[in-house]
Design a protein. Structure first.
Length: 270
């Protein structure tokens, strides 16, 4: 089974670039083209789907993803507007339906369609705090998550904010309050295959006891790997996405860079 994870595409209105230099629409277009060529069972988009939560940005996002014929889970990030995103999801035939609105404003999922084919259940936790770039997972959310997991079914958890400290100070300033409590709780329940996140704009893997958290790189732009506490800095590294190969209780994750790198064969290859 194959699940593609694309994150942080930061789509602008048609014709606009990120900081006048990054064509985020082209990054998402290329990522989706490569992803669909893999014939995945699911495309999981883990937040910051647009840059400023504006209607014209969601219109551009819609134009980019409306032809996708693979089930898609669209997760909210701190740059998203949840009501506008929920409306977009309702208008896309292949978008997975989120859990019903419960008055909290959260956009969460409990996707079970992969179970019949031996795949995992996908639970999405909404970590967004409206109007802020840092995230929060409440004790109430953690308790509800643990209750859902008590069935013991193999489950992959997805959310926008990573529940760990990355060491990149300018990104950790916008981290996840309650993340450590979440990890402690997940260690105590059966069936958790891992947690996948976005937000960091870099690929990273965090191990916390029995729980592994995998963070996807952005399809748009990566931040600098600055472990010395410098100011917010981006790099010209290419966009990328993750490919999760799932076989029973195991997950193997590959990074797929964008940019059309060529291939070559060594002289000794048969």
């Amino acid at each position: 089974m194959l699940v593609v994870q694309i994150t942080d595409p930061h789509i602008f209105a048609a014709g606009q670039l990120m900081e006048g230099r990054v064509d985020t629409a082209e990054g998402l277009r290329e990522a989706l083209g490569l992803a669909q060529g893999l014939q995945p069972d699911l495309i999981l988009m883990t937040g910051d789907l647009v840059n400023d939560g504006q209607p014209e940005q969601y219109a551009q996002l819609r134009s980019l993803i409306q032809s996708v014929e693979v089930p898609m889970i669209l997760v909210a990030g701190n740059h998203d507007d949840r009501p506008l995103l929920r409306a977009l999801i309702a208008d896309l035939p292949h978008a997975v339906e989120p859990l019903p609105e419960d008055g909290s404003g959260r956009l969460e999922y409990d996707y079970r369609e992969l179970l019949s084919a031996g795949g995992p259940r996908i639970i999405v936790v909404d970590t967004v705090v409206a109007g802020r770039h840092d995230g929060h997972i409440s004790d109430e959310q953690i308790a509800a998550l643990v209750e859902r997991l008590e069935s013991g079914e193999r489950t992959l958890i997805a959310q926008h904010h990573p529940p760990y400290t990355s060491g990149i100070g300018f990104m950790d300033a916008y981290g996840l309050a309650g993340g450590q409590r979440e990890l402690e709780s997940l260690r105590a329940v059966p069936g958790v295959m891992g947690v996948v996140t976005g937000h960091l704009h870099r690929h990273a893997v965090h191990h916390d006891g029995s729980i592994t958290v995998v963070t996807a790189p952005s399809s748009a732009a990566q931040v600098a790997l600055d472990l010395e506490g410098g100011p917010t800095t981006y790099t010209d590294e290419p966009g990328a996405f993750l490919i999760h190969l799932i076989d029973g209780s195991s997950i193997t994750t590959h990074v797929q860079p964008l940019g059309g790198a060529g291939t070559w064969r060594p002289s000794w290859a048969q």
